[in-house]
Design a protein around this ligand. Structure first.
Ligand code: ADP
Ligand code: IPE
Length: 258
């Protein structure tokens, strides 16, 4: 089994609110279908989630009643993106099923403490393709919290021990800084020898759920489990197909002895 995180930077146009990147979504669907492997797809919210979450300061948890409007709007908007993705998967002959993040997860201080796993396990057993999204959830200490798709991926990695995890964004992997802002180098391989180093390369992405730093810390906990993580560019056709076959163009993060 392979867990794929399709980042909001790839599946939506981050510069235009509420705009899906249909070409990327459709390629992801085709490439998953052609690979014929058991996968779980976790996707981000991109411009369907972060702008509203920021406007209503939802990342801080509950502060004021004014946030409730933003809470409703964010969840509704994310669900629209989710539907677009489910439709694209179905149009390509796959049988996806949404596993609701809001209904199945509870966090405490932003970290998952409860997950109702039975729907997921039964969906896998039946041969359905489970689809998760980053979303808002209820939180034991902050009332509510943003649960990123990245954290869902690391949680599911502990639970299911996939053979590999693929993170896809709109850049070619992990660089020595933000490739959109600086002249930087792509890091092709990460192992126990240089994993600590990559943290200093995490530059803020300005999103509402921890950005690159958040992503790196989830990657770190998956790495600790001894699972290979591949970071690829999902906006380039065939990159996912190739990665699913083990031909990764991007950053490969794994312990030397696996
Ligand atoms: P997601 O697609 O999961 O939402 P983010 O938008 O949070 O991903 O992160 C991807 C973005 O992070 C890239 O578009 C890139 O501009 C930025 N970034 C910042 N620091 C780095 C880094 N060291 N390596 C790669 N990308 C980085
Ligand atoms: C964010 O999910 C969810 C909300 C903004 C409520 P992610 O953190 O997984 O989304 P991306 O991949 O960064 O867009």
């Amino acid at each position: 089994m392979i867990i794929i995180k399709a980042g909001g930077s790839a599946i939506t146009k981050k510069s235009e609110d509420f705009t899906p990147n249909m070409e990327v979504i459709s390629n992801i669907a085709k490439e998953i279908k052609n690979a014929g492997r058991v996968v779980i797809l976790v996707h981000g919210a991109g411009s369907f989630g972060h702008p509203i979450a920021k406007k209503y300061s939802l990342g801080k948890g509950y502060v004021d009643e004014f946030q409730l409007k933003g809470f409703s709007e964010t969840r509704s908007s994310i669900s629209e993106l989710d539907t677009i993705i489910l439709k694209a998967l179905m149009q390509n002959g796959l049988t996806p099923v949404k596993i609701g993040t809001f209904s199945n997860f509870i966090t405490s201080n932003g970290r998952i403490v409860e997950f109702h796993k039975e729907p997921l396990l039964r969906a896998i057993e039946l041969g359905l393709l489970p689809v998760f999204t980053g979303d808002l959830v209820f939180d034991k200490s902050r009332v509510f919290s943003i649960l990123s798709g990245d954290q869902i991926v690391s949680y599911l990695s502990k639970l299911l021990k996939p053979s590999r995890v693929i993170f896809g964004t709109d850049v070619d992997g992990i660089y020595t800084g933000d490739p959109k802002k600086e002249k930087v180098k792509l890091i092709k391989e990460v192992s126990e020898e240089n994993i600590d180093e990559i943290f200093k390369f995490a530059k803020s992405t300005g999103d509402a759920s921890g950005g690159m730093e958040g992503k790196f810390s989830e990657i770190f906990s998956i790495f600790d489990l001894g699972i290979e993580i591949d970071v690829i560019n999902l906006t380039e056709k065939d990159n996912l197909s190739n990665a699913l076959q083990g031909k990764v163009k991007g950053t490969v993060i794994k312990k030397k002895n696996i």
